[in-house]
Design a protein. Structure first.
Length: 283
């Protein structure tokens, strides 16, 4: 009897290993509608593409699929929420990759915890990203113009390593025009920023960092999220009037595997009314 138990366990383990390796290369598209209170009619349906945690190591079939997927998606703005590089081979292809992903779009980025770790030269990375057309919001703010309206956007340095300065970022965001409702979007690497963002009156936070857990139980339940101020895996969360979307990201850290947690590109649409809606389409 013990022989059959060991055999079944070995087969199950082999299946999970193969599945995890294949799943890490199975890109999905997640579409999520986020209701924003008082959203002007001109901004109803405004769409952002959210990519995170590239952990880029080189250029291969997965990167080619990412480009094909993003190029077919609607979205005036591309947001990349940190952890750009995963190895020395990624540095030579990162900029061409981002230039292709962001072609004909405004691109905003923030840094993640891995972007501050040796051997990455953080200052050189920021310079290269800026030259490639990525507007890096390192505790800074900006304004997106659309159909005669403005969407205010702020970005912070990595909250996971304590480099974020939300007050400085928000101070850099131009104030709303008199009598106008101008939504406030915050981009950050780690979802640990949510409580502070809620207190500051942010409408929507876009974050990554968790990889959705990367190795999950069936149903996408994360075993470990690597967060410090709440258990955030992936999907929509809310504190007060502030909503946050956490993406599972693209790459992997540590194990080059994902289990019940495939990589994703998120298409985030701001809407005036209607329930939260999230659905995945496996490519």
């Amino acid at each position: 009897m013990s022989y059959w138990i060991w055999l079944a366990a070995a087969l199950a383990g082999a299946y999970l290993l193969v599945r995890a390796r294949l799943e890490a290369e199975s890109l999905t598209i997640t579409r999520v509608d986020v209701p924003v209170a008082g959203l002007p009619a001109e901004l109803d349906g405004f769409t952002l593409i959210h990519v995170s945690d590239l952990h880029l190591r080189g250029y291969g079939p997965q990167e080619q699929e990412l480009i094909r997927a993003v190029r077919t998606l609607p979205g005036q703005v591309l947001v990349v929420t940190g952890d750009f590089l995963g190895g020395p081979g990624g540095a030579t292809v990162l900029i061409p990759l981002l230039m292709e992903l962001g072609r004909d779009r405004q691109v905003y980025g923030v840094l993640g915890n891995h972007d501050h770790r040796p051997p990455i030269n953080t200052q050189a990375l920021v310079r290269d990203l800026t030259r490639a057309g990525v507007r890096m919001l390192i505790n800074r703010g900006a304004v997106i113009h659309h159909r005669g309206r403005r969407l205010r956007i702020a970005g912070v340095d990595d909250p996971h390593s304590g480099r974020d300065d939300l007050a400085q970022a928000l101070a850099d965001v131009p104030p709303s025009a008199p009598g106008a409702r101008e939504p406030l979007l915050l981009v950050a690497h780690s979802p640990d920023i949510l409580d502070a963002a809620s207190r500051a009156g942010v409408d929507l936070v876009l974050a990554g960092h968790t990889h959705g857990g990367q190795i999950c139980l069936p149903g996408g339940v994360p075993v470990f999220t690597n967060t410090r101020r709440g258990r955030f895996g992936a999907g929509l969360f809310q504190r007060g009037a502030t909503r946050m979307f956490v993406t599972r990201g693209i790459g992997t850290a540590g194990l080059r595997a994902r289990l019940f947690c495939p990589p994703e590109v998120a298409v985030v649409r701001l809407v005036r009314t209607g329930p939260d809606q999230e659905r995945e389409v496996r490519r």
